[in-house]
Write a protein that binds this ligand. Structure first.
Ligand code: PLP
Length: 417
């Protein structure tokens, strides 16, 4: 392929665009990670990450891995071979979680939910109520299923666990939601939460981050799964003095410092409101502009970080993505596994604004027309523009997605939300 001039428009739902100042912060000379000065950097990172997870009592761990490594750390440090866990599968990432549980020798009860829906709290409650001997050690859920653009209600999952009076730990995958969609570790009683650096944290891939409650940490002694590199015991000992049990990924840590600065300057609540507003503009484009539909079946599942758009019958979504990339230098997200070819995805998370998204919508529109989808040129871009023009950049009242009631999924304006 010849050189493609101009910027690549990166609209996959991670890795996301890295702000220039974060990129610059990572251009550091290597240094001694055992120096007496090093903890000045690391101790602040641990404390500030707790604010992002909204935990005061939990502890945060930073691994040089991706989000998947944090999954492995969460499971192996808290469970024993053959332990029963309850999990829900409704997309590629919740599927991979379940597969990891099997491969690590756990005994997961995998509840299959239609792709396009999220975690059903009533099933969490009934499954736990039926577990009279309290054999289920963990409830493991994805807050934001990136493959389908579905966000689940974690507060409702906690309520369901409490309603059943069950002691299972609550594990949450917040890889594509942390720092973009509200997450409240302490308030929602989450015991283990995992994320990666390349999404809402606006960094390259390379860090797997885990937050663990004191209840989760207390299970370590009895947890018999084999662990070595991801053993929290080693981390806890070294982190206490601001060090790591091995050579840390120095530039990533400096980048993390700067990305946390960026997050706190904007403010987490304003970031959530921005993501909601940007997502609403995309939904205006998809539903009211193009007349297409989202993979997420109901409005309550709509994700503010990624939209999976269903292509019309007879069209291959992979074709749209390929044309967008080759002709317009636009990277859209692929349909994965069960929805391969049926959807394409627009990631709308991280460091982005309206005009960047208009580029993505414009490119998607051209690529869709190129492959034969009958949409009006400018219809999606126009619908998003009008929505963003009409609404406050940061709503005065902070909008919680659970509170919002929309007119109808398939038709009607989203105005006034
Ligand atoms: N969970 C979710 C929801 C994801 O979106 C991803 C990656 O996109 C992962 C887990 C895996 O994370 P990683 O690729 O950082 O290992």
């Amino acid at each position: 392929m010849s050189r493609m001039p101009g910027r690549n428009f990166l609209f996959v739902p991670g890795p996301t665009n890295v702000p220039d100042r974060v990129q610059r912060a990572m251009m550091v000379a290597m240094e001694d990670h055992r120096s007496s000065r090093f903890p000045d950097l690391t101790k602040g990172l641990f404390e500030d990450l707790k604010k992002v997870f909204k935990t005061e009592t939990g502890q945060v761990f930073i691994f040089p891995s991706s989000g998947t490594g944090a999954w492995e750390a969460a499971l192996t440090n808290t469970l024993s071979p053959g332990d029963k866990v309850l999990t829900f599968r409704f997309g590629q990432f919740s599927h991979l979680w379940a597969e990891m549980m099997v491969r690590l020798g756990l005994d997961p009860d995998i509840v299959d939910v239609e792709w396009g829906e999220g975690v059903p709290p009533d099933v969490v409650e009934s499954k736990l109520r039926a577990d009279k001997d309290k054999k289920i050690k963990g409830v493991i859920v994805c807050q934001n299923e990136t493959a389908t653009g579905v966000t689940s209600d974690i507060a409702a999952v906690r309520k369901a666990i409490d309603a059943a009076g069950h002691p299972a730990l609550l594990y949450v995958d917040a890889v594509s939601s942390l720092a973009s969609i509200d997450f409240r570790m302490d308030e929602w009683g989450v015991d283990l939460c995992v994320t990666g650096s390349q999404k809402g944290l606006m960094l390259p891939a390379g860090l797997g981050i885990l937050a663990a409650s004191q209840k989760a940490l207390a299970t370590r002694a009895a947890a018999k799964m084999k662990r070595c590199y991801f053993d929290l015991d080693d981390m806890i000992k070294s982190n206490a003095t601001g060090y790591f049990p091995y050579t840390p990924a120095l530039p990533m840590l400096y980048g993390l410092r700067e990305s946390l600065n960026v997050l706190f300057e904007e403010g987490l609540e304003d970031i959530f409101a921005r993501h909601y507003r940007l997502a609403q503009g995309v939904r205006e484009a998809v539903i009211n502009g193009w007349g297409l539909r989202l993979c997420a079946k109901e409005q309550k599942w709509w994700s503010d970080t990624v939209s999976a758009i269903v292509v019309p019958e007879g069209i291959n979504g992979a074709h749209v993505i390929d044309v967008a990339f080759r002709r317009y230098n636009l990277a859209l997200g692929a349909g994965l596994s069960k929805v391969a070819g049926k959807v394409f995805r627009i990631g709308h998370l991280g460091d982005l604004n309206e005009l960047m998204l208009l580029g993505a919508l414009g490119g998607a529109e051209m690529a869709m027309r190129d492959v034969g989808i009958d949409i009006e040129p400018g219809s999606g871009v126009g619908a998003a523009q009008e929505y963003w023009r009409r609404t406050d950049p940061v709503p005065k009242k902070k909008v919680s997605r659970q509170e919002v009631v929309y007119a109808s999924h398939s038709a009607g304006s989203l105005e006034g939300q």
